[in-house]
Design a protein around this ligand. Structure first.
Ligand code: MN
Ligand code: MN
Length: 478
């Protein structure tokens, strides 16, 4: 039997459609072996970063190490602030946020190219007086951090991360539930047999915030006359190991996060499931883009900056959030004077490096398909965020959108649109508007995510790698 030939001559209309339509391929299609290897290697180092950095503090620590290895110098160790072209510097902001720069050939007043991501993720924070015992169980009271679906955080293994600080400033870092053999923690839920009432409640009320209490022990302290013996048992263990008392929780920052590790997802291992993709899947490629540029022999024309902020998930407030002056102060160090700083802001370009919601066929109803981002189709450019009539959106201007798109096209980096859901279905935002307030051109650019803000989010390896390449292209060419 003769082999069927598939190639047919394209008709006039088909040819015209090829020219006029904006169609995107799946990025895995036609991938060569070399790129495939790079994608896999990048994913593998990212998974290690995720397993090591489950809190903003741990991510900043990991980022500092990556930067130092790449030749970046901590500005606090410098004798003077005379920054010459080619210098690589970074500033650690209270261990929870970081700013890094490679000084360009042109003075900062001519504008910088900036990537801004965040390293905090939704989680459960301990209250200041968390420990109590009830019915022979020890429990820890929490206050959730960021936008979570509370029911998703019950009946999963949780790990404890954080710091205790005593009056002398001595810091004790605690991490329990990550090493094999470690105990983990969990939040109980009601058995279906008795959940008739609970199951009839709205999902937002089925598990109440005040009931996100962590199971922490059940064994009494061995003294028949002691009171609150279960609680005493826990405190005696903590005191023996870390030297802390109940009072020390009042100043501590303790976060409970999912205890599971980052894993490949699917038979084809094309995706990664993990806690904290939002926004470490943009923060990691952003730092990697900086260290990649630092390795290049030529000094970038413009100064390039990477900002990893904290508190994005709760509105970017606080002295480690993007609304604080840390971002401005850092750029001020690179400028001659106050006027130059203000002009520098107006001349700067920034990508707000944050995730977008990938189209999910199971929940197709909340998405507007032709304006959604898709797993496997590259990095996402989001012109505006906000909600209900673009409320609160910085809305990037056409000129800047076109500029970024052209940079990506020129470097053969596939980009896609990403509006967060249907109009009036909800919305969200990133740190873009705070940079836009300074007068910068800002566009959202990141990785599409499934199950965003859940304990186990999903991204595609190819989108992660495409984003990394996109960030390099932007920093070097905007
Ligand atoms: Mn985010
Ligand atoms: Mn988020």
């Amino acid at each position: 039997m003769a082999k069927e030939t598939k190639s047919k001559n394209k008709g006039k209309g088909e040819k015209l459609a090829d020219k006029l339509f904006f169609n995107l391929k799946n990025c895995w299609e036609g991938i060569d072996a070399k790129t495939e290897k790079e994608v896999e290697e990048f994913a593998s180092s990212y998974k290690q970063f995720l397993d090591r950095g489950k809190t903003e503090r741990e991510c900043v620590e990991a980022a500092c190490e990556m930067l130092e290895k790449g030749g970046f110098i901590n500005v606090q160790t410098l004798k003077n602030r005379q920054f010459k072209a080619g210098m690589k510097i970074y500033q650690n902001i209270r261990g929870k946020s970081i700013l890094a720069a490679i000084i360009g050939k042109k003075p900062a007043v001519e504008g910088c190219n900036i990537l801004g991501a965040h390293v905090d993720s939704p989680r459960l924070d301990l209250k200041q007086n968390p420990l109590y015992e009830d019915s022979d169980l020890a429990l820890l009271d929490t206050h959730y951090y960021g936008g979570i679906k509370k029911y998703q955080w019950t009946t999963i293994p949780l790990a404890m991360h954080g710091v205790f600080v005593n009056g002398d400033g001595k810091k004790t870092a605690i991490k329990i539930g990550e090493e094999s053999g470690d105990p983990v923690f969990t939040i109980t839920d009601l058995l279906p047999h008795l959940a008739k009432e609970q199951m009839e409640k709205k999902a937002s009320e089925a598990v109440e915030g005040e009931n996100l209490d962590i199971l922490a022990g059940s064994r009494p302290y061995n003294d028949k006359d002691a009171k609150e013996k279960i609680k005493l048992g826990i405190l005696s263990l903590l005191n023996a190991k870390y030297g802390i008392t109940e009072k020390d929780f009042a100043s501590a920052e303790i976060e409970f996060v999912p205890a599971f590790k980052a894993s490949d997802i699917g038979f084809d291992r094309s995706m990664i499931g993990a806690y904290g993709h939002d926004d470490r899947c943009c923060a990691f490629p952003a730092i990697k883009a900086m260290t990649a540029l630092a390795r290049e022999k030529t000094v970038p024309e413009k100064t390039v900056i990477c900002y990893l902020s904290d508190k994005e998930e709760t509105g970017s407030a606080g002295n480690t959030g993007a609304r604080s002056c840390n971002f401005e102060n850092f750029i001020a160090m690179l400028c001659e004077n106050e006027a130059d700083l203000r002009i520098c802001f107006s001349n700067s370009y920034m990508l707000s490096a944050d995730v977008n919601a990938a189209f999910d066929p199971t929940y197709a109803g909340v998405f507007e398909k032709k304006n959604s981002s898709f797993i496997g189709k590259g990095l996402v450019l989001t012109k505006y965020t906000g909600s209900g009539g673009k409320y609160g959106a910085s809305d990037a201007n056409a000129e800047f959108c076109a500029k970024v798109q052209a940079i990506m096209d020129k470097s053969k980096i596939q980009w896609q649109f990403g509006e967060l859901g249907k109009v009036d279905k909800g919305g969200g935002g990133t740190i873009a508007l705070y940079a836009a307030n300074l007068g910068m051109d800002v566009l959202d650019c990141g990785v599409p995510v499934l199950s965003m803000h859940s304990p186990f989010e999903v991204i595609s390896k190819i989108d992660l790698y495409t984003t990394f390449r996109g960030y390099i292209a932007f920093l070097g060419n905007a």
